[in-house]
Design a protein. Structure first.
Length: 127
């Protein structure tokens, strides 16, 4: 009973978790074309945000929406992979799950476009 701490195994490690997260990003980048397109679009539009006369706060909000799209796309990819792993033949609930996840991506992109255009119009034309 004297050396209890040495016998307890660590259940997680920040280094292992970081590795798993980076491995997951690599896998999604490698296998999911929509995610690659969104990352490339993000990389192209980020410098454009700094050319436009946007306020710092508006840039930060648009930047957060960019990340929201990427996060929702990652969740969509996870849902699709789980459904594909568990369902061997067509099932209406599998279709609905995949469609719901895809709809979440669509809504996050629409939100980004609405917020982006609102701030661009407000900051560029109504100063």
């Amino acid at each position: 009973m004297g050396n209890f701490k040495s016998k307890v195994k660590k259940k997680w490690s920040i280094h292992k978790n970081l590795f798993y997260a980076l491995e997951g990003l690599y896998e999604v980048l490698k296998h999911e074309m929509p995610f690659r397109i969104e990352v490339i679009t993000f990389a192209i539009l980020t410098p454009v945000m700094f050319v436009l006369p946007l306020t710092g706060g508006h840039r930060a909000i648009i930047f957060a929406f960019f990340f929201l799209v990427l996060i929702v796309e990652l969740i969509n990819s996870a849902v699709e992979r789980c459904v594909d792993l568990t369902i061997r033949k067509y099932h209406i609930l599998a279709k609905r799950a995949k469609n719901a996840a895809s709809s979440a991506v669509l809504l996050s992109i629409v939100a980004l476009i609405i917020v982006g255009f609102f701030f661009i119009i407000k900051d560029c034309f109504f100063k």
